[in-house]
Design a protein around this ligand. Structure first.
Ligand code: SIN
Length: 310
């Protein structure tokens, strides 16, 4: 029997594979499709204090090896995601609320509201690259630390932060030091790579409307960067802080590589948007087949055990 279960702060996931906050997780109907799939947990769209329409369309386009998006956090507001938790919890899977904001008091208000809900875990999104005029919080270390301090003071639930990709070892070290001194249980790494640009050479036009065509890059393009972030944080973070790997997981091989790099759980974003809820069953089957071939019975048998060259 091959076991791909995982735990975060006492919350048990029968499967380590679930959706990423972002695509197809805004309404109860979409979330029910995730709840009734083979996903190991249900992650809701990042919610804000106010309902947001998001950016003008077109704002998501599939491209050859992934996607570009500038959704701008369209969501139905935190009250909606509080209200639907009893229905979603009835499917018996861990339920994760994702929270976004412009400043610490907004995060505080939403975190407090979820304290009295039956959400299991909170994901604090510090990395949306698509809100016009607003920088990605995860690149502002001071503000990230402030928000983590406020959330740590008020949250009764296990919580973690969703981070943007980092590219420089000094930045990894700086963020890791903040994370190691916070009350987080996990990180989600990585959000899309911000402000990419795709061009249709025939029409000589950008592919998406918001921000002059700039948007977050997802899918196969970002897997090497995502793996590097998972690996680096695995090296730098206290072992009590779990890593949720995201970025270009399309197959069992991808999933295997993320766990080998140190991930405990995996989230699927662009690949889920492109393939739909059946992807969770396929990637699960493929991951188990690899583990069986290698003689691994649980994720612990190979988690983080990536070999390097001497
Ligand atoms: C968006 O809604 O713009 C995408 C969400 C995110 O990048 O966090």
């Amino acid at each position: 029997m091959i076991d791909i279960s995982a735990d975060i702060s006492g919350v048990h996931f029968d499967s380590c594979i679930m959706n990423a906050s972002g695509p197809l997780d805004t309404t109860l109907e979409e979330l029910t499709d995730i709840a009734t799939s083979s996903a190991g947990g249900i992650v809701m769209k990042s919610c804000t204090v106010e309902v947001r329409e998001g950016n003008p369309e077109p704002r998501y386009v599939d491209v050859e090896w992934g996607s570009i998006n500038s959704m701008g956090l369209p969501n139905l507001g935190y009250k909606y995601y509080n209200e639907i938790t009893p229905k979603l919890k009835s499917y018996g899977k861990p339920l994760i609320a994702s929270i976004a904001g412009a400043e610490s008091q907004e995060y505080k208000k939403i975190v407090e509201s979820f304290n009295t809900s039956n959400v299991d875990i909170l994901e604090i999104n510090l990395s949306c690259p698509n809100v016009v005029g607003r920088p990605q919080i995860g690149y502002d270390f001071e503000m990230s630390e402030e928000i983590m301090g406020v959330v740590g003071d008020v949250s009764d639930k296990p919580w973690g932060v969703k981070l943007p990709p980092y590219f420089d070892f000094v930045h990894f070290e700086e963020m890791a030091s903040i994370l190691n001194n916070s009350k987080i249980s996990f990180i989600v790494s990585i959000n899309s790579i911000g402000n990419a640009l795709f061009i249709d050479w025939e029409t000589e036009k950008v592919l998406i409307k918001p921000k002059g065509g700039f948007g977050g890059l997802g899918g196969k393009y970002i897997k090497p960067t995502a793996l590097a972030n998972v690996r680096k944080f695995h090296e730098l973070l206290d072992k009590s802080i779990k890593i949720v790997g995201v970025g270009g997981v399309y197959s069992g091989i991808d999933a295997f590589e993320f766990i080998l790099s140190g991930a405990t759980l995996l989230q699927l974003g662009t690949s889920f948007a492109q393939e739909g809820p059946q992807i969770f069953e396929r990637v699960t089957r493929e991951l188990k087949a690899i583990m069986e071939k290698k003689g691994y019975k649980s994720l612990e048998d190979f988690r983080g055990k990536l070999k390097v060259m001497n």
